[in-house]
Design a protein. Structure first.
Length: 529
């Protein structure tokens, strides 16, 4: 049996019992129908009727133990009520992302919400929590002003930097052990309350949480001194009073503001920038430390992130638990990669631009995610809301266009070997049950669960071997070993307004060593094979 693409995508499979792709004969597939969809109604102030209960035969009996077995990921921010659980129940998710999330003040997770993870587990799903690793809100969780300022990073002038020009928001410094302990506290509390997975947003400064003019707190400057003297290859082994610090890096040992002790053991990089007139341009080419600082930030962030993930897992093991971890972005030391796709959007006049295939883009991200993790892990792409910023387009297009994006771009992501996290619930009023997209999500997730063996066990081969004269198709070929088959994903990008018209007389050609013994077609657009 075959599996493949997604709505408005035709899934086409050539089943092969002997041989794989090789130079040889051609196989043509003709008269393949492409399903259509009508536009969705506008966003409603009232919930729409929930979709039919997810088929029990497709639902997991228990949450997956290995995330490589998961095929349906959903964003469920927040899952704090019976309503949220009911909405989630209809889509058969394997992993709920950001069911809980900490911004600022946090509740007592176990006392208030500890009843929720067991309910999600009964649905056969992994339940995810998470927190920001960067943002601090003034007065949050009883922090005193002294504690807050101690944990906050600084600009080149030594002043706390307000995040996004918001008076109540600061950034924490990953060089302060007390701040890392503070982050771990919220991880522990969510683990104790039953979460299986933690989404760690803004996990490092290098990812972009910090602006160019911040990160210069005393804790970071102390780590920078250590990095210069012990870890940076170009200066490692140089004595604290080596004259090259003065000749090459222009450090004035006689200036007590820069080096209170007369050598690099007391070097104050912030004071050095101020004395050199580089406060507003610390990364200027005139700064001999500019490149070193960038490498330091990456090195420090990596060490802090590794330490935090190690401590999270160690705590979970001590509680007899296994915890999965991701960041927001492609990074190391994770069990799954999760990345927002907003930078890769294509919209024209309020319509999703489908003129070009993006399958190669998604495939590149999958390869990067595997390489950074050092193993095969799920690479999950999702729609980030970005604080409601118009740069993040998901909520700026109509619900009908959201359906088209999920059916076509979402299918490309799956065909590339990744996973799309369907937005079931999100911030800023993003509720799939109210905007009319939940039924489409349920249609897609039923398909992926019905064919999960392909998506969890199959291997991406490529797309260059498939030929067609048809326009606006995204194509990918997969293989499976047991049974020995080829699966051809065929995704129709020929949308018209809010509809995806039926297409007929589509022909595909594949170079095969032998004629397939059998062939079948499946799609989210119909239930039969």
């Amino acid at each position: 049996m075959n599996r493949a693409a997604q709505n408005a995508n035709l899934t086409r499979r050539q089943a092969i019992r002997r041989g794989l792709l090789a130079a040889g004969g051609l196989v043509a597939a003709k008269n393949l129908p492409f399903a259509s969809v009508s536009g969705a109604p506008g966003v409603s102030a009232e919930p729409a009727p929930l979709p039919p209960e997810f088929p029990e035969e497709l639902r997991r009996k228990a949450p997956v133990q290995d995330l490589n077995d998961a095929v349906v990921f959903t964003v469920n921010e927040y899952t704090l009520s019976e309503y949220a659980i009911d909405v989630s129940r209809g889509v058969g998710s394997d992993v709920l992302i950001r069911g809980w999330f900490k911004w600022g003040d946090a509740p007592s997770w176990q006392r208030q919400w500890g009843w929720i993870p067991p309910r999600i587990h009964q649905m056969g799903a992994v339940f995810g929590g998470g927190l920001t690793c960067s943002t601090l809100v003034k007065g949050e969780n009883g922090l005193t002003p002294t504690q807050l300022l101690d944990m906050a990073t600084r600009d080149v002038n030594g002043r706390p930097v307000e995040f996004g020009n918001k008076h109540n928001f600061l950034h924490g410094t990953l060089s302060n052990p007390a701040y890392l302990d503070y982050l771990l506290r919220w991880c522990r509390e969510q683990i104790d309350a039953g979460v299986d997975y933690l989404f760690m947003d803004q996990n490092c400064a290098a990812w972009g949480a910090l602006g160019r003019n911040e990160g210069y707190d005393d804790y970071s400057l102390a780590d920078f001194r250590s990095f210069l003297l012990n870890d940076f290859p170009a200066t490692q082994g140089m004595a604290p009073d080596d004259e090259r610090w003065q000749t090459k890096f222009k450090v004035d040992f006689k200036n007590s503001q820069i080096c209170a002790g007369g050598n690099m053991q007391t070097f104050n990089y912030r004071a050095w920038l101020q004395s050199g007139g580089l406060v507003d341009k610390p990364q200027h080419r005139e700064n001999p430390f500019a490149g070193v600082w960038r490498e330091f930030i990456a090195w420090r962030d990596d060490h802090a992130w590794k330490s935090l993930t190690d401590r999270i897992r160690a705590y979970a093991r001590g509680q007899g638990r296994c915890i999965f971890i991701s960041a927001n972005g492609l990074v190391r030391y994770v069990d799954l990669q999760v990345l927002g796709v907003w930078r890769r959007w294509r919209v024209r006049n309020g319509q999703v631009d489908l003129s070009q295939s993006q399958l190669d883009t998604w495939r590149e991200l999958v390869a990067q995610g595997h390489a950074l993790a050092g193993k095969r892990v799920p690479v999950v792409l999702f729609q980030d809301w970005g604080g409601g910023n118009p740069v993040f387009p998901w909520l700026t297009i109509s619900p009908a266009q959201r359906k088209i994006w999920m059916r076509i771009r979402g299918a490309e992501i799956y065909a590339a070997g990744g996973f799309f996290a369907f937005p079931v619930l999100g911030p800023f009023g993003d509720d799939s049950n109210r905007d009319g997209t939940l039924e489409t999500i349920a249609q897609q997730t039923r398909f992926y669960q019905a064919h999960r063996e392909l998506y969890s066990r199959g291997q991406f081969l490529g797309s260059q071997a498939v030929r067609t004269t048809a326009q606006n198709l995204s194509l990918a070929v997969w293989t499976t070993d047991q049974p020995r088959e080829l699966a051809v994903h065929v995704i129709n990008r020929e949308a018209s307004g809010d509809e995806i018209p039926v297409r007929r007389n589509v022909t595909l050609e594949l170079p095969l060593a032998v004629t397939p013994q059998s062939s079948s077609v499946v799609s989210p657009d119909w239930t039969a094979e």
